[in-house]
Design a protein around this ligand. Structure first.
Ligand code: SAM
Length: 292
């Protein structure tokens, strides 16, 4: 166990790792605290140093920048941890929004914690939550799912797994895949309410609110679908017999077991439940799951 008091006690022993949220479009959304931290740290680790340099230039900040992205994160984490152990203060930023949310950061945070280095959040913009609160869909319970798989089979499997969830569903998606994604959603989840939050905080910000069928029709009329999209989908409110039917029915047995594990069951419980669902002996599922 390690209790971190970010602002009292435990200070000055090691460096500090600040996770700094940056704007998702409108530079006015940077916080006063984010600017203070970006100015005062020894080093900023950025997903894309050129992108972050533009932000820093705008605010006349000349802190040293190093790169920490998806493809160098293991090697770069080692250097970052070394600096932190020497007592340096580092800020981690991504291209936009909160680091570690569908962006690099999670692994670095874990390693820093393992080394008992204080990890301090500097909150700010985030596309998913910004979209959710303006969506008009329920905000009391929601699930953030990031980017869906690109390939059809795992995409279908994931949609089948989540189609029973009653919570509002939050996704990120690339503009050229949004229409395809929503068509798949329609196939698997039916005609729910959906909101596309496009270009949040930017000049052409837009909320496209309607049923899945209406939004598909709307997008099909556009010459080109452009901009950054966050997709918010109504949860399963019940009543749709077909959707409420077994979530696993289109899954392979192994994915069926994995679905239960993701829902919090142990592998033993998941195998038992999958066998019961499929009305097959537990041993059959066990053998498939363990590759025997
Ligand atoms: N870390 C970021 C955050 O906290 O929001 C998310 C990074 S993820 C790599 C980028 C995705 O976020 C985009 O593909 C898009 O789906 C969503 N996104 C980012 N900026 C957005 C904006 N201004 N409007 C709508 N969606 C946005």
């Amino acid at each position: 166990m390690f209790v971190q008091s970010s602002f009292a006690g435990n200070r000055g022993v090691a460096g500090e790792l600040y996770l700094v949220a940056t704007p998702i479009g409108n530079l006015g959304d940077i916080t006063v605290r984010a600017l203070e931290i970006l100015k005062s740290v020894d080093i900023i680790a950025a997903e894309d140093t050129r992108q972050t340099r533009k932000l820093l230039n705008h605010f006349e900040i000349d802190t040293r920048l190093v790169s920490h992205h998806e493809h160098n994160k293991e090697a770069s984490s080692k250097g970052i941890i070394q600096w932190l152990k020497e007592g340096k203060k580092l800020a981690l930023v991504s291209d936009a929004g909160m680091p570690a949310i569908s962006d690099p950061g999670y692994e670095l945070v874990r390693v820093a914690i393992q080394h008992e280095i204080p990890v301090i959040t500097i909150p700010g913009p985030n596309a998913a939550l910004s979209a959710l609160i303006a969506s008009g869909l329920p905000t009391d319970k929601f699930i953030f799912l990031g980017f869906l798989p690109r390939d059809k089979k795992p995409l279908r499997e994931e949609l089948n797994r989540i189609k029973v969830y009653p919570e509002t569903l939050l996704f990120y998606e690339a503009p050229h895949r949004v229409l395809k994604m929503i068509k798949e959603v329609h196939e698997v989840m039916g005609n729910r309410q959906i909101v596309l939050a496009r270009e949040l905080t930017k000049k052409y910000e837009e909320y496209i609110r309607g049923s899945v069928e209406e939004v598909i029709g709307y997008l099909e009329q556009q010459d080109q679908v452009r901009g950054e999209f966050t997709v918010i989908i109504e949860g399963n409110l019940g009543g749709d017999e077909e959707v409420m039917a077994e979530w696993w029915q289109e899954l392979e047995p192994v994915a069926h077991v994995e679905g239960y594990i993701q829902q919090g069951l142990t592998s033993k419980e998941a195998i038992k439940k999958a066998a019961e669902d499929r009305k097959v002996p537990k041993r059959d599922i066990y053998n498939l799951y363990h590759g025997e």
